[in-house]
Design a protein. Sequence first.
Length: 316
Amino acid sequence: MPNFRVIDSCCHESVTEEETCQLYRSSRPDFLTAAEIDTFKQLGIRSIIDFRSVKEYHNASGPKLLDCHFPLYKVKLPLHFKYRAGDKVKFGRLPNNWVCRDETTQRKHFLINFFTLNYIWAVYNRAPWYIRLFSVLVLIYDILFRTGYKYFVRLFARHVLNKRGLAGQYIDMITYSQGAICSALKLLTDPQNTPAMLNCAHGKDRTGIVCALVLACLGKSKEYIAEEYAKSEIQLGSMKERLHDEIVNNFHMCHTFTSAKAETMVHVLEHVETQYGSYRNYLESIGFGEDEQEKLRHNLLNSGPVQVTDEPVVFS
């Protein structure tokens, strides 16, 4: 599980046997071995907030042994993908390939689709008319041959995504993935869901955006947030070939999409400040109200001892 790390700002000043860090981030945990899962569970993590759709999750490689311990739930985004302040996150249990060892466990693995129809529609409409027309044929081919929409994505990568660059893609997420972002933040206000781990496919893009907004809510500076994001540049070194294969070779996206430069995140945060006036205003505009922002700060910074109902937490 490369790119796994603690969000330092969500730790208590001193970590003891009774207190732990409240927030972690990572790439997908699909490859964890049985021995590694035993170590993972010692962290006391109650929920995994995974920014992949159900289909993306099931199509991803890896044995997914963690399903044995973290039942899967699909987050149901609201109509028009827009929350209001105070709205609760709705989710439903998914059938696991594995039988959960303890059906009474409080652990949960949430799947949240970041790339909803409004995101796809916005990217689609940026392409020239003849590309949009041709893409219909490509989409039919992808559906018939179950390619995972590979050729459809390649087409728009060449004609739209690569031109906007990684920062442009992040700004699109800020603009069109608001429901997914807001649902994750709302889940983090519930003490029953923390400690939590945020992840996506590689732990730097979708995860990076949500972690940046969490840190902004905690009052961290742009420079601090950008430096935390840029740690992924080093952390992903062990899987550089896989990263290149999955992003560049598979989807024909520019190699810069495999990077995690501090200046990329600074550019995105400056966009939020310019467009919305402040991070607080942005969060309120997506349905994450002031009271909820305060709950998130309290939950991540002032939580008490971790209690996992089915197994004890052991720190070595």
